[in-house]
Design a protein around this ligand. Structure first.
Ligand SMILES: Cc1cc2nc3c(=O)[nH]c(=O)nc-3n(C[C@H](O)[C@H](O)[C@H](O)COP(=O)(O)OP(=O)(O)OC[C@H]3O[C@@H](n4cnc5c(N)ncnc54)[C@H](O)[C@@H]3O)c2cc1C
Length: 315
């Protein structure tokens, strides 16, 4: 059930699965939904298998929906001083344009990208946050609407500066500020979290996590980036240079429980897109209730009574 930068446009992979053939842990071959568009006949088992990480059965065939080829697109990067204004910018652009992506990153993320890649600053003005959005257009009317939205952002003080690409080459250049963050922070052995809340909650959620981190480990630096348009944030805590990797990791493991308490408080997800696997098994309870986990275990028992399908994962 993967989904990344373009979830705001296309949704998660689940939305595109029209049918599955699955062999369960009991050896039964199930033919689920068979590519039907309409099939209102009770529980949709197809969706139980999407994102189940191989714990219920083995998918042997998938029928996927297709869509139109993407049209031309243009990238805009805006300097947004207030986190809460990122959402106002989203509303403004979404009203008049088809958005393919709506990403954000913090100023220190941009600085690290610039220092490791030697890319020049995207604009003259610094800001605590930046929004990168990509919109689709088939005609010049959409481009004019984008220019108007851009101007409105500046007029309403939602953004203090910005740049709109004028060519495919410039689109690619602007994407680099977002796409090269992971590479830029790798030397600091970041402790990563892939968390999500409802988009409207993002500003309060981000502030709460900054606060909890500063309370326990004020020396830790956080680099934020992610798919703010769908509420998915990538939280990266950087190892201070004078900390050993093992000490840093155990400190972060301890801190993580406080961070995940915040995720729980916001009714968020401990794994927006990366799944649970082994690493996040003990975190499941921050997003799923005790009774839900008990039901998941019961379902596992139904489809895989001998525990042979990806044993030990997820639950
Ligand atoms: C650097 C990096 C960036 C990432 N960024 C994103 C992102 O932006 N968005 C996102 O959604 N994810 C992201 N991911 C996670 C990524 O989606 C998953 O790692 C990837 O989808 C797994 O695909 P794979 O082909 O490697 O599958 P595998 O690792 O082989 O399998 C994934 C899971 O599916 C199960 N499985 C495999 N085949 C079958 C089958 N036939 N039937 C049933 N179960 C099966 C496996 O048991 C396993 O649990 C990222 C991962 C990395 C390493």
């Amino acid at each position: 059930n993967a989904g990344g930068i373009r979830v705001i446009r296309y949704g998660m992979t689940r939305n595109w699965v029209a049918g599955l053939k699955v062999v369960t842990g009991t050896g039964d071959l199930l033919d689920l939904n068979g590519g039907l568009v309409k099939n209102n006949t009770g529980y949709d088992l197809r969706h139980l298998f999407v994102g189940s990480e191989g714990t219920l059965g083995f998918i042997v065939e998938a029928t996927m929906k297709l869509t139109d080829k993407p049209m031309d697109s243009t990238v805009i990067v805006l300097a947004v001083p207030e986190m809460s204004d990122c959402l106002a910018v989203l509303q403004l652009f979404r009203r008049d344009l088809v958005l393919n992506a709506f990403e954000f990153f913090s100023h220190n993320a941009l600085q690290k990208v610039m220092s490791t890649t030697h890319l020049a600053a995207p604009m003259a003005t610094d800001s605590p946050y930046y929004v990168l959005l990509e919109f689709e257009h088939s005609d010049t009317a959409a481009l004019s609407r984008a220019e108007t939205a851009f101007a409105n952002c500046l007029e309403q003080d939602l953004a203090v500066d910005g740049v709109m690409a004028t060519s495919g080459k410039q689109n690619k250049q602007l994407w680099q500020y977002r796409e090269r963050i992971t590479e830029a922070i790798t030397p600091s052995t970041p402790y990563k979290n892939d968390i999500a809340v409802r988009p409207s909650q993002v500003p309060r959620f981000l502030a709460a996590i900054d606060q909890v981190t500063a309370r326990y480990f004020p020396e830790f630096e956080i680099v934020w980036f992610g798919h703010i348009g769908d509420g998915n944030l990538h939280l990266n805590i950087l190892r201070p240079e004078d900390w050993q990797v093992t000490d840093f990791k155990s400190a972060c493991d301890e801190l993580n429980h406080h961070i995940l308490d915040v995720v729980h408080e916001f009714r968020g997800s401990v794994s927006a897109e990366h799944g649970i696997g082994l690493l996040k098994k003990s975190y499941l309870r921050y997003t799923r209730s005790e009774s839900e986990i008990a039901l998941l275990r019961n379902l596992k028992q139904v489809f895989d009574p001998n525990g042979i399908m990806n044993p030990g994962k997820m639950l």
